[in-house]
Design a binder for this molecule. Structure first.
Ligand code: FRU
Length: 495
């Protein structure tokens, strides 16, 4: 991996020669791993989804962006709008690091509506002369023509006493007519925390600390990034991405985690009584998700299909990462369920179906192959001890999903998937389902797989980098028969 100097990482897009950018763009376009129905960077590195909102008939989806290569350098917001969250129109940079306060990065933040106008609250990342981090929370107004005007100074100038400058990622929400911002923080004992601010006297420019949220997680990692708060089915839900949690069995296997707490939050006392922290995704590549309300009033989640500090195979091509497909959230049996956005059905083409016993499928299924598709597998009768689905297969590659009927576990094995991130040691992810496996709904794009188990009960999201000719789909069983219904759609995004 080529090392990037600090100077190179903090080079401004505006200072780079157009022809250099064009060369990089052309290089990225030739990558065989480019996605077709996921948001991906045109060059450079994408990370967190930012500023998600449905506003005046349009969706706004931005993401963290370092344009010049696959490293975490000077961050911008790249913006898309969409009519349906299925296809997206790119608009380029919407927020750039052009003030003293955000000179070293326009970091993550959220969108909200205030008196009929669209605003962003985000973290301004600044480094002083000794390279000490200075974090503040900034506001920007989005004009009708898509340009933005930043307020000339931060609305929250620095972290409160008792906390370090790891103070970022404000999510603004409204409750009972009052605007609040929930912000990720680290206290002086280097423990992750969440801070709540409110707009004083309902003035946009004056945000005051309400206090630290009192959760039942006393020592749970060193930093909590990208918090989110929302109400769903009369419950309070808090999402966040904690860093510094040790793996425990099948849980918390990735470098950093993201998950949720469901409970009741008292905004007067800041007491949050909640259940256990549950990971949102059990795959290899998922982090920093955010939610918003869609045009139908549904709560939608989009995540970053990637993780910090992991080296991906496309890094050498000058780009990395993508966003996940949007997922609709509900609470069922006290847990979040996540289903692919219904509107994604618009991408479906060339439906193919098959019905039969699993180990007869290798022959019957030969036409069922591809690189971009949705596959729904209904398990109608299962007498096997193990059930195997191999996707993107060839003589050399195979992405293997195993279901163990007795243990009710799903295993995703990407050891033979193709190229791999070079600093992730384990090659499988396991999750134990709450109920026996009835259905898998799998979205495959050129270099990713998103596996929804049992109609939203569990999701496993991963990047995979198979070769171009690995397009097969296979199924087989161990001791016993399984009767299956396959439904496959080609998904037609934009190449
Ligand atoms: C999460 C994160 C955020 C921060 C942003 C910077 O991935 O570290 O906490 O705002 O990325 O790009």
């Amino acid at each position: 991996m080529t090392e990037w100097s600090r100077e190179e990482r903090y080079r401004r897009l505006e200072d780079v020669d157009q022809s250099q950018l064009e060369t990089l763009k052309q290089q990225v376009e030739t990558s065989m791993y480019r996605q077709t129905f996921h948001i991906q960077p045109e060059t450079g590195l994408l990370n967190d989804p930012n500023g998600l909102i449905y506003f005046k008939g349009k969706y706004y989806v931005s993401h963290q962006w370092f344009p010049l290569g696959a490293v975490h350098g000077l961050k911008y917001w790249f913006n898309y709008t969409s009519k349906d969250l299925v296809t997206f129109e790119p608009h380029g940079v919407i927020l750039k690091p052009d003030t003293l306060y955000d000179s070293h990065g326009v970091y993550s933040g959220s969108a909200f509506e205030w008196e009929g106008q669209l605003y962003y609250m985000y973290t301004g990342n600044h480094r002083d002369e000794s390279w000490n981090r200075v974090a503040s929370q900034m506001l920007a107004k989005v004009e009708e023509d898509g340009t933005v005007k930043k307020l000339d100074k931060p609305v929250i100038a620095h972290q409160p006493k008792g906390y370090t400058s790891h103070f970022r990622d404000p999510k603004v929400f409204q409750k009972d007519g009052q605007y609040y911002a929930i912000i990720g923080a680290q206290n002086n004992e280097e423990l992750g925390r969440l801070l709540l601010y409110k707009a004083e006297n309902n003035q946009l420019e004056e945000w005051a600390l309400v206090g630290e949220l009192k959760t039942e997680l006393e020592a749970f990692g060193f930093m909590w990034e990208c918090p989110d708060y929302f109400e769903l089915d009369n419950k309070d839900v808090i999402l966040f991405s904690p860093q510094g949690i040790e793996a425990q069995g099948d849980q918390f296997r990735n470098i950093y985690q993201s998950g949720y707490l469901i409970g009741n939050l008292d905004l007067e006392t800041l007491q949050f009584n909640h259940g256990e922290f549950i990971e949102l995704d059990n795959g290899f590549d998922f982090y920093a998700p955010q939610t918003f309300i869609d045009e139908h009033g549904k709560r939608i989640l989009i995540g970053w299909m990637g993780l910090p500090e992991i080296n991906y195979p496309t890094d050498s091509e000058g780009w990395a990462h993508c966003l996940t497909i949007p997922r609709e959230l509900t609470i069922e049996e006290g847990k979040l369920h996540q289903r692919p956005l219904k509107a994604l059905e618009k991408l479906r083409q060339n439906k193919e179906t098959a019905l039969g016993y699993a180990n007869k499928f290798p022959t019957t299924l030969r036409p069922y192959e591809g690189k971009q598709y949705e596959l729904i597998i209904d398990i109608l009768d299962n007498e096997a001890s193990e059930l195997y689905f191999e996707l993107r297969t060839s003589k050399l590659n195979s992405t293997l999903i195993t279901y163990n009927s007795k243990q009710q576990t799903i295993t995703l094995d990407r050891s033979e998937s193709g190229l791999l991130p070079d600093n992730v040691e384990d090659l499988t992810r396991n999750t134990t389902l709450d109920t026996p496996l009835k259905q898998l709904q799998i979205f495959v794009d050129t270099s990713s797989i998103e596996i929804f188990c049992n109609d939203g009960e569990r999701v496993l999201t991963s990047r995979i980098f198979p070769d171009d000719i690995s397009t097969g789909i296979k199924t087989s069983t161990e001791s016993g028969q399984v009767y299956l219904q396959f439904t496959k759609y080609e998904l037609k995004g934009e190449d």
